[in-house]
Design a protein around this ligand. Structure first.
Ligand code: G6P
Length: 614
């Protein structure tokens, strides 16, 4: 969480920083701030709230500068007020820092620094780091770069930082560990630094992704220098960015979330591109080819993920067990990493993450890797930390997802997991040829069906209007659509702040049924698949308690239509692929309800898109 951006060059820094912060706002929006050096002064402007508050605050102030740093915050240490907003000053106010991450041993460092006369203004761990750096500079009588290096050897935790100094107005120092940081190389002597490439892409495509414990020293008139915290020289590896500017703009939609929902026919196609040929009966995921034998012979597959990605993992549990007959466990990464799990060299761990930066998922991978398991990554962000930490993997290629509530990333993950399960099943011989081809043909046709599905938007909006003031929602599904019920409930909670629970339809009898009355909307996924008749019985049970049924049914259904209060139809498809269709009306339902309730759809309160703290 938290987004950082910095600029040094011959352009005006402030507009670049503000634009960059707006692009990074999805990472946190509790407060924002900038620090700029001009005419020998190090000026700091920061404000609680969104970047627009900062803009209003800074208007008319002295913001002319060619060097500056900016930060948008997701609060960890200390409430989201002006004082705790970044950047933070050192004791003398000669240095300023922006930081994404957590300095875990900040309390003991702070105690020591207070004894040495340091005065702190904020409650943040970040302020401690910049005081420490300055303290080392004076005590050890070393230059700023060396002080940063020594300090980073003393801190425990995660950081992506950029530091500027009033005394060295042409110098910028950046470093990272466990939090992402990318440096864009502009024209000669011009550098852009950010948490991800979105603030950089419109200026340059040439970037360097810093690795953990690396420090970049950028001085005007000199080549960028990379060292590690042990003071070893590192040769920079320059990569070319693939992301296009249009992909990170709203393109005429009111919100990123709506744009991303509507992009799904294309994003799902992109997840399959070059990997499937239904006519020839071919599925091939180049990224895992070298490890396929290992997966086929795995004792079990352990899936680790958080949030929506965990729901995609649950769908994959059904897919892999159904098709490949390999036992699957799906774990919350945050639980897995701390419960001393039993992992052997014959286990395969699949880590699913849109951002590729989620701290718990990353830690779960590291743990499983240490114990000898084979790690497969399914990430959306190309070059992300998780994609680099895994043995092999497949990108979802859904394109940048900016809305905090995940939509197209989820369907991209389910698509790639379907391809993976099919490919392994075919090689293992655990799926018949006719079934394999049947699912393949259906999968290739899913983007067209999603396109058709999106036409139900009007009906979904109508239903949203009726239930927008509800205080509770229940989502029910069975089999492949149980995880979709969880995902539907999560979407509604996240962006409309309505309490919602997802449940396996039959399990409803063991608790949630007590909540049902005539006020309670219940979304039931009742498509014509294996458990259809059972779901119909569950709907009857709800109706008997006067609950209001919103049913997702297969086109042409008559049975559920006769008993449900409202229905949304989806095109008929394979049971295993149905989550790719049933999830779409649930995304739209939460979207419309949130808009009708006046909620900030793309930046829901307290949430962040990239959760880089545990
Ligand atoms: C946050 C986001 C969710 C996301 C989850 C896991 O909670 O708001 O949308 O599903 O993190 O993130 P990841 O990037 O690992 O998929």
């Amino acid at each position: 969480m938290c987004g950082i951006v910095a600029y040094i060059g011959d352009k005006e820094a402030y507009p670049i920083l503000i634009k960059g912060l707006k692009r990074l706002e999805y990472r946190g929006y509790d407060s924002s701030g900038v620090a700029l050096i001009n005419s020998g002064e190090l000026n700091l402007y920061k404000k609680q709230g969104k970047v627009v508050e900062l803009e209003n605050f800074a208007e008319g102030k002295n913001i002319t500068s060619n060097i500056g740093i900016g930060h948008t915050r997701w609060a960890t240490h200390g409430p989201p007020n002006d004082i705790n907003a970044h950047p933070h000053f050192s004791n003398s106010k000669n240095l300023a820092i922006i930081h994404n991450g957590i300095i875990e041993n900040y309390a003991s460092l702070k105690k020591e620094l207070i004894l040495r006369g340091h005065k702190f203004e904020s409650d943040t761990d970040t302020e401690v780091l910049i005081h420490l750096i300055e303290d080392i500079q004076h005590v050890a009588k070393v230059n700023l770069v060396e002080a940063v290096r020594i300090a980073l050897n003393e801190v425990i935790g995660a950081y992506a930082i950029v530091i500027i100094s009033k005394e060295n107005p042409d110098l910028m120092i950046a470093a990272k560990k466990s939090s992402p940081l990318v440096i864009g190389l502009g024209k000669t002597d011009e550098y852009f630094i950010a948490s991800d490439a979105t603030p950089i892409v419109e200026y340059t495509k040439n970037v360097i992704y810093l690795d953990d414990e690396q420090i970049a020293v950028i001085s005007k008139g000199q080549e960028l220098r990379l060292i590690d915290i042990k003071n070893q020289k590192v040769t920079p590896y320059i990569q070319e960015l693939e992301v296009q500017l249009e992909a990170i703009e709203k393109g005429g939609y009111d919100h990123f979330m709506l744009k991303e929902i509507y992009e799904q026919p294309i994003s799902i196609k992109n997840s399959m591109r070059g990997r499937i040929d239904a006519n020839k009966g071919i599925v091939s995921l180049g990224g895992i080819r070298d490890y396929e034998q290992k997966i086929m012979n795995a004792n079990r597959i352990i899936i680790v993920a958080c949030g929506t990605s965990w729901h995609a993992g649950l769908v994959a549990e059904y897919l892999f067990e159904d098709f490949t007959r390999i036992p699957v466990e799906v774990e919350y990464a945050s639980e897995f990493r701390y419960r001393n799990p039993i992992i052997s060299e014959n286990d395969v761990v699949i880590a699913i993450s849109q951002s590729g930066e989620t701290a718990d998922t990353l830690a779960a991978i590291k743990l499983a890797k240490e114990k000898g398991a084979t790690i497969i990554g399914i990430c959306n962000v190309v070059g992300s930390t998780i994609s680099r930490e895994t043995h092999c993997g497949s990108y979802t290629h859904a394109g940048p997802e900016i809305g905090v509530a995940s939509t197209k990333a989820f369907t991209g993950q389910v698509t790639v997991l379907s391809l993976m399960a099919l490919s392994i099943a075919q090689k293992k011989g655990t799926i018949t040829d006719s079934k394999f081809r049947q699912v393949l043909v259906e999968l290739e046709d899913i983007p067209n069906k999603v396109e058709r599905m999106l036409k139900s938007d009007k009906q979904v909006r109508y239903i949203a209007e009726i239930f927008k003031d509800a205080t509770n929602f229940l989502y029910l599904g069975r089999g492949y659509n149980f995880p979709v019920a969880l995902e539907g409930a999560l979407k509604l909670k996240e962006i409309s702040y309505i309490h919602a629970e997802g449940y396996p339809a039959a399990e409803m009898k063991h608790g949630p049924i007590a909540l049902i009355d005539e006020e309670m909307p219940i979304v039931v996924i009742a498509t014509k698949h294996g458990n259809y008749e059972k779901v119909v019985s569950n709907i009857e049970e709800v109706k008997a308690r006067s609950g209001k049924i919103i049913a997702i049914v297969t086109e042409g259904d008559t049975e559920v239509k006769a008993i449900a209060d409202y229905v949304i139809e989806i095109p008929a498809t394979e049971d295993a692929l149905s989550p790719l269709l049933t999830s779409i009306p649930l995304q739209l339902l939460s979207y419309h309800i949130a808009v009708m309730r006046g909620c900030n759809v793309d930046q829901p309160r307290n949430l962040a898109k990239s959760v880089t703290v545990e």
